[in-house]
Design a protein around this ligand. Sequence first.
Ligand SMILES: Nc1ncnc2c1ncn2[C@@H]1O[C@H](COP(=O)(O)OP(=O)(O)O)[C@@H](O)[C@H]1O
Ligand SMILES: [Mg+2]
Length: 374
Amino acid sequence: MTETNTTLTTQPNMANRPYNSITPPTVPMVTQKRDLLTPRRFEDWRLGIPFDVTIPTNEVPYIIAVGGGKGGVGKTMVSANLAAKLAQAGNQVLVVDFDIGGANLHTYFGLGMPKRTLSDLLHPRYEDNGTLFQEIALPTSFKGVRVIPGSREDAWHIYSNWTGDLFHHVWQGILLARKNLGVNCVILDLGAGIHQHTIDFFAAAHSGVIVVLPEPTSIENAYMFLKAVLWHLVSNSARQLMMPDEQINAIKELLTSEKMASVLGQGGYLGRLRLLAKRYPLLANKIFRMLQGREIGLVLNQARCQKDIDVGKSMEHICKNYFGFLTRYLGFFNYDDVAWKSLKNQKLLVADFPHSLLAKRISDVAMKICNTRI
Ligand SMILES: Nc1ncnc2c1ncn2[C@@H]1O[C@H](COP(=O)(O)OP(=O)(O)O)[C@@H](O)[C@H]1O
Ligand SMILES: [Mg+2]
């Protein structure tokens, strides 16, 4: 890791900082990220997608999901600004607001309350009216960025009716975005919590970005989120192998039970998965392939001191060695008042304060997402 990644150089009085001193790096195209898009990796990636979802070959855009389990940690700030940075590099980006009930992605782009939103696709009332994903996509003032707004309206109704069927249009919309919208990169701005659909979409990403604050509650939620993702991959593998429910439950017990910790030692889930391989080699092989087909990037947001930054490093270690994910600490974002100032100005941070340290860090993370070879 470079010096700039490990040292927090912000001053306490952020309001007086000059914003003209930092030139953000040039971000490359996501298509340069070939290592995750090779045929072998494609196969490993597709193993993690729910099996009732049809995947078009060679037409899938690069999918980045931004999650983390907790609300208010900066997921939307990261999604929106990342989209702008990737578009600046020449990508055609679609950002989807999955925070049903707390949708505010459109606000980050200075857009008013949209007339048509994701709930038009999810509401049973609209299910068969031919509303297409691409019709809802709104252009933004950023060339190359479109958004699918989420909705606060009908949120309870939608939650209570979430079924796989209702999500059919959404899955198709994302996976066919390259063909239908000319989009080569889709960013999923996920909501808080570990609802099954939130986890499904996170697991569907080539790059899953976990945004975490250096606070025990946020760190705890991030681990719960990752545990849910891992379990999603395990149960997906078991279902693909047509394992009966009793066997799946026994495997879940083996992987998650606290009682087993004393029997299995301290190897974490990765250690337990290795043990599983002895009894269920086919299953373990599938799980390990799924783990190879996607990567987890960690972003430590609102860092105020070196200790905060180090939290990201130790989480990287745990994600790799305890959970078994291909993991990379993408870097930290300093706490900076420009985050709320730009929101108040109804502008995107990277446009409103392009020379701020935070904007530079967002560029750094975008560059790492594009270039990472784990
Ligand atoms: N690095 C940062 N420094 C200061 N404030 C931040 C930073 N990142 C995010 N925020 C603020 O935190 C709040 C929540 O961010 P948001 O992206 O909406 O969270 P989430 O989508 O995870 O619920 C916003 O008011 C945003 O301006
Ligand atoms: Mg949000």
